[in-house]
Design a protein around this ligand. Structure first.
Ligand SMILES: Cc1cc2nc3c(=O)[nH]c(=O)nc-3n(C[C@H](O)[C@H](O)[C@H](O)COP(=O)(O)OP(=O)(O)OC[C@H]3O[C@@H](n4cnc5c(N)ncnc54)[C@H](O)[C@@H]3O)c2cc1C
Ligand code: SF4
Length: 347
């Protein structure tokens, strides 16, 4: 399909150009959008290139918030010293995604707003409520190995594909957005939607709103964080499931002499239409002993509402074991191996 190309000179001009035309889109690194244009999944009449806007800096604000510009490349973000030292979970999540070449092009906002990898969404010959509202969901009765186990609807069972967004969800990031009527801030956990009856809407953004930055608030224990991704190949593959976690152990021990958990952050990827902040698991663990048994139980509490399909029941066990092994690693790094010795993960 023919389309017009416009290179934006400033944020206001970019927002005005896209807002005025219902079928206009932003182009950042293009690693997702251009694929969709080639496949016929996206058919914009106007493409507004924002990759030259001055939004490519990572700066620390006076209150120690780290502000990441929307067009910062995934490679630059992963390699930044502040991110590697203070938020290792984010650096690891980025490096677990795509390939070196793709990360050199992909941007922070583009990564957040990349669309699902559901194979039926990408195949324009198949019914898909997300691509063509009201046409049906082929995946529900199809191949569901990569699909959701939490928060799905009758209309869509797709998952959000980003690794980076899972780490940002655990870190309680927020997104800074500029639209025609001004600027607003959205918690990252509220940016992506569950599918409900309107799976064609991935996020709460309105047409023309431009993400200008992502803010990472200061978190006293964010250096005790990590990301683990389980996938079919060791690289260049999307997550079957992933877990981002940060753990803060207190000095207090329980009656059995085990370390206890002061604070914890957990988010799952590959399980829902949005990065899944595991608040029930966090609530279960806060104040509890750091033990393999509690790590498993916390995952089970979060997964109590899970619903599986023919090909993805394995995700339940996979999430449970990944949560337990990741939290065990974070515990060992803070108190040494002795406290968890002999507490093997359940099969
Ligand atoms: C082969 C392959 C493997 C991959 N593997 C992984 C993986 O394992 N893990 C993973 O997380 N990702 C993976 N990816 C996805 C990749 O990370 C995304 O394609 C990339 O992050 C998108 O960023 P971009 O800047 O290229 O976005 P673009 O393609 O330019 O844009 C994506 C979407 O975001 C919108 N957009 C972009 N910037 C803004 C903005 N500032 N405000 C509002 N809207 C905006 C665009 O309009 C478009 O709708 C893979 C991609 C490929 C092709
Ligand atoms: S799961 Fe969602 S994206 Fe996939 S076919 Fe169904 S409606 Fe489309």
């Amino acid at each position: 399909m023919p389309f017009e190309y416009l290179r934006a000179e400033d944020v206001a001009g970019a927002v005005a150009a896209v807002t005025e035309q219902p079928n206009a889109v932003y182009l950042a690194g293009g690693t997702n959008l251009v694929d969709h244009m080639k496949l016929g999944v996206a058919t914009p009449n106007l493409v507004v290139d924002i990759s030259h806007l001055p939004l490519d800096q990572i700066v620390e604000l006076p209150d120690a918030t780290v502000r990441i510009g929307a067009t910062v490349r995934n490679s630059d973000l992963a390699a930044h010293l502040l991110i590697r030292q203070r938020y290792p979970v984010l650096s690891q999540a980025l490096l677990a995604g795509a390939s070196g070449q793709l990360r050199n092009l992909a941007t922070t906002a583009g990564n957040l707003l990349q669309r699902t990898r559901c194979v039926y969404f990408q195949d324009v010959s198949m019914p898909c409520n997300k691509r063509d509202p009201g046409s049906g969901c082929t995946a529900r009765e199809g191949y569901t190995r990569y699909h959701a186990i939490l928060g799905a609807s009758a209309g869509c069972v797709a998952v959000h594909p980003s690794d980076m967004a899972v780490a940002m969800a655990a870190l309680d990031a927020s997104v800074v957005v500029t639209g025609r009527t001004g600027e607003r801030r959205i918690r990252l956990n509220d940016l992506h939607r569950l599918p409900g009856d309107t799976p064609h809407r991935d996020t709460v953004l309105t047409h023309g709103e431009l993400i200008t930055a992502v803010d990472l608030p200061q978190l006293s224990f964010s250096q005790h964080s990590a990301y683990r991704k389980v996938r079919d190949r060791a690289s260049y593959a999307f997550a079957l499931i992933s877990v981002a976690a940060a753990l803060d152990l207190s000095d207090r021990r329980d009656a059995a002499g085990r370390p206890t958990i002061r604070e914890v952050r957990i988010a799952f990827g590959g399980v829902a239409h949005k990065p899944w902040r595991a608040t029930a698991a966090e609530n279960f663990l806060r104040g509890a002993a750091a033990s393999m048994e509690n790590f498993h139980k916390a995952a089970e509490v979060e997964l109590a509402q899970a619903e599986v399909f023919n090909d993805n029941a394995f995700k339940i066990t996979m999430i449970r074991n990944t949560v337990a092994s990741l939290l065990a690693d974070l515990t060992r790094r803070q108190v040494g191996a002795g406290d968890l010795a002999g507490q093997e993960p359940k099969p």
